[in-house]
Design a protein around this ligand. Sequence first.
Ligand code: PMP
Length: 285
Amino acid sequence: YDDRDGKIWMDGTLVDWRAAKVHILSHALHYASSVFEGERCYNGKIFKSRQHSERMLRSGKFIDFDIPYTIDEIEAAKQAALDANGLKDAYVRAVAWRGAGEDMGVASSRNPVHMAVAVWEWGNYYGDAKTKGAKLDIAKWKRPSPECAPSQAKAAGLYMIATMSKHAAEAKGCSDAMMYDYRGYIAEATGANIFFVKNGEVHTPTPDAFLNGITRQTVIGMLRDKGITVIERHIMPEELDGFEQCWLTGTAAEVTPVGQIGEKKFEVGKLVTDLAADYEKLVRA
Ligand code: PMP
């Protein structure tokens, strides 16, 4: 992704894509002092843009830094990046991190916080699984307790276990991994939330040890508006067998049906295909 034409918004200016670099002694590279957002722009409008910007500021606070921009400035930065690259349908990656500076130890409060926004065209995160249904592995890594990590932050450090889990899944021919939380409840995938259907009702894990995704919240609202019961609760792995349909939600994943988790198979049924179509309509409305 580094060798492309285009512009990246970085610390207030638009720089050439290939020149958007950081110093090797950036604190973030050594100690994961970085937070980010993943957003999608549809027909020239970023879906729930302000909510994403707000979450990014919140994520920064969770890991002890203030991003030196206001919501309005972040909104303008995202628009500037889209305009500079002439994109109306794009994935938007905003990132903020502790740079290099006075500190090289664990503490970093004297190092400046930087921010950048890159945008590019990105199709469905799971490729043809979007229609066929994704196959998920079950990760050996568990989502940490909120006492061990700030679960609600979209912070780079939390993705170490996600990357390892996804690598292991891909090595087995799966699209992604479903992760348990520290108690052994079903949590989510490595970068998307999870939902199940049983007897026409929707069940989804309580987001008390993982990111309560903006897509997740949107989809829960859409289902309830249609009169479908959505139950947020702790879900045990033994319950998988009793579920009929399953899907993932996320900005990148949108609504992606799941066809298999481990040995358990799910139908790509009407509820999930309708929901995926409704979501597509909503984000483009
Ligand atoms: N969980 C994790 C770990 C994620 O990385 C994402 C993607 N941001 C999500 C859930 C879904 O969040 P959202 O719907 O806000 O994109």
